[in-house]
Each structure stands twice: as structure tokens, then as C-alpha cells.
Design a protein around this ligand. Structure first.
Ligand code: MTE
Length: 335
């Protein structure tokens, strides 16, 4: 079995060099801490994806922990590509609120209580409010959307998400004509999210979409994966999935959705504006300043294809559906 580590792209490369250097000195200072962040660059911090990952994959946590989500509808928007295994989807994660190593979230998020949970929806809308997660979900039929996911670090998965079209949820709050963007904010809670005790990012995690992107039928709010309520490490109980964009747009642990007329600040763009754009559309023609985006390493369930390099497609293969959102935009400038 080939190791998950890519010989060219280190997971640490998602972190801005300045921050990474800053974090190294921070790590040195914290060396005695039992909660030491292992750091992305440490091989030992990575989950053993592959045969060994099964042992690390955790049972799902949710209203019916370990249980199935009832009555899931299929969707014509799903890909028929082979899915990444449950073990890999739930043990090779980026969730810096629980540490920067790929295996940290599955280890450190298990005691996180994702229920009860409420979401505040506010800003430029006629019906703002704070709504309990169950009430947010209840009016909608939960769908399965099997989507490709392309991380900016140049690995990819095929994930069977369960959730609701983002547009259907947003409409209920009646956005006004002044709503040009949607801002998403993750939970900030240093007690429950130990990674937030370290200034790896400017907490809380924040993301944003232009309004027309948010209303696109492919944009999705996930509450589950593999027909089970979301495991904590995957962003329980609510996360965003935008399959034509790099994975970092898919904010986990959402507590606030704000309609705004100004382009919102987003965590990775704030951290390293030259490396991570607001749009973050998957684009093989625009390299990351420190690595190529022309191809990706597929974390395939079939171990013969595991880690195979495949070409990266514009908009992650969703160009037919979404390219028209960007007509006339220079995608190298607006990356
Ligand atoms: N959301 C929050 N709140 N914190 C994070 O660190 N990481 C992002 C995104 N959402 C992140 C987040 C990144 S970089 C990626 S690639 C995806 O989550 C990974 O999702 P997964 O672990 O479910 O595969």
C-alpha cells in the first residue's frame, strides 16, 4: 500500500508559509502540552488511510448515533463514479478546530456534542431568526448527492453526502434584493474545539458564496454521509458542500448564515490571499503558487486505483452546470 503522503504536496502546504513558520515556533513553545498540535508536516500526524484506517474510523454521531438516516431520496445530480470508502471519508479529514493532522479530527472530535444545535440566519433577509437544527431540516426531504470532492491540496474523494439543497433552505428566510453574498460562520468554542486554542486560523472559520452560487442547485448543506448522520470529524451536524470548488469552501460546524451585500471575509483567503482565493473554483489551469493543480490523487476504495493520479477537470467536472456563473470573469484573477 502506498502511503497517503503525496511526494510532491505536503498537507502543510495549505498553510501559509508565514503562519506555518509562526506555528512552528508556537509548537516549540507548546512542546510540553498534552494537546500539542502535531502539525501538518509531521508524518505521524496523518491517519493511516487504507487498510489501517478502518480501526480509526469512528462510528457516526448524531440524533440516532450509528443509525441510518431514514427516507433518503436519490438525486440525478449524483455522479456514478466509485465512492471513496467510509473508512477513508471519516478518517482522513481537514478540520483544524480539532488539530491540523489528517488523523486529528477523528481522534479528537469524538466527545464533541453536535446536538442540540441551532443556526442563526440573519442579515439582508425578511425572515431572520435562530432555528433549531431539527426544524431547519424537517420541511425538507433528505437527498443523497454523490459528489466529487477536490481538496486544494490536490487529493480527491467521491463522497455520498446526505442533505438538502442550500437554495431550498435559504429561500425560507426570504433574502432581499440587497443580498449579494451569503456568509457562513463555524462554531467558535475553545472548550469543545481544542484546535481553536491555537492561532492556526483567525477563528471562527468563515466562508462565503456569491448569491447566485449559493442558489445553484449543486450547492448543498450536508447533515449526513453514507446515509448516516454526519460524524463529528466531517463537520457535524451541518456543513456546506460546493462540489465545483476546492474543499476548503465546505465549511463545517455551521452556526450562522448571513445574507450580506458585501463580499464576506473567508478564513483561508484572509490567511494567505495569494494562495487561496474567495472563489476557489477548481481550475487545473491555475496552479497554487507552490504546486500544480493539473492533477489530483484520488483516494479510491479500489486499492488498485488508490492514490492514482488523475487529471483535474475545470470546475471539478461540473463545468457544464456552473461555468455560466462566471461568464466574462478572468478566472486567473478571480481565483
Ligand atoms: N471547516 C472548518 N470549520 N474547519 C476546517 O478546518 N477544512 C476544510 C473544509 N471545511 C475545514 C472546514 C478543508 S481544507 C477541507 S478539504 C474539507 O473541509 C475537508 O472535509 P472532510 O474532512 O469532510 O473531507
Amino acid at each position: 500500500m502506498k502511503p497517503i503522503r503525496d511526494p510532491i504536496i505536503l498537507p502543510s502546504e495549505i498553510t501559509d508559509e508565514r503562519d506555518f513558520r509562526g506555528r512552528r515556533s508556537l509548537l516549540a513553545a507548546l512542546a510540553a502540552s498534552p494537546l500539542l498540535l502535531t502539525g501538518c508536516q509531521s508524518a505521524s500526524s496523518e491517519a493511516p488511510v487504507g487498510a489501517g484506517a478502518t480501526a480509526k474510523a469512528a462510528p457516526p454521531v448524531g440524533p440516532a448515533a450509528g443509525g441510518a438516516i431514514p427516507g433518503i431520496k436519490t438525486s440525478a445530480l449524483s455522479t456514478s463514479e466509485p465512492k471513496t470508502s467510509w473508512s477513508d471519508v471519516t478518517s482522513y479529514n481537514n478540520y483544524y478546530e480539532f488539530g491540523t493532522g489528517k488523523g486529528d479530527p477523528v481522534e479528537r472530535a469524538q466527545s464533541f456534542q453536535a446536538r442540540p444545535w441551532s443556526v442563526t440566519v440573519d442579515g439582508e433577509c425578511e425572515a431572520p431568526g435562530t432555528i433549531d437544527l431539527e426544524d431547519l431540516i424537517k420541511p425538507h426531504a433528505i437527498e443523497e448527492r454523490i459528489y466529487r470532492m477536490r481538496c486544494v491540496e490536490a487529493w480527491s474523494m467521491v463522497v455520498p453526502w446526505n442533505g438538502i439543497a442550500l437554495a431550498d433552505v435559504l429561500q425560507r428566510f426570504k433574502p432581499t434584493s440587497r443580498a449579494k453574498y451569503v456568509r457562513f460562520v463555524g462554531l467558535e468554542d475553545k472548550e469543545r474545539m481544542p484546535g481553536q486554542r491555537y492561532p492556526v486560523l483567525d477563528w471562527p472559520y468563515q466562508e462565503g458564496l456569491r448569491m447566485d452560487e449559493a442558489m445553484h442547485p449543486l450547492a448543498f448543506l450536508a447533515v449526513g454521509v453514507y446515509s448516516r448522520w454526519l460524524p463529528n470529524q466531517n463537520g457535524a451536524p451541518l456543513r456546506l458542500v460546493v462540489p465545483w470548488k476546492y474543499g476548503f469552501k465546505g465549511i463545517k460546524g455551521i452556526v450562522r448564515i448571513e445574507f450580506t451585500n458585501r463580499k464576506p471575509a473567508t478564513s483561508w483567503n484572509d490567511s494567505a490571499p495569494d494562495e487561496y482565493g474567495f472563489y476557489a473554483n477548481v481550475n487545473p489551469a491555475v496552479d497554487h503558487p507552490r504546486w500544480s493543480q493539473a492533477s489530483e490523487r484520488r483516494i479510491a476504495a479500489d486499492r488498485n486505483l488508490f492514490n492514482a493520479r488523475i487529471p483535474t477537470l475545470p470546475f471539478n467536472g461540473y463545468a457544464e452546470q456552473v461555468a455560466s456563473l462566471y461568464t466574462g470573469m478572468d478566472l486567473a484573477t478571480y481565483f
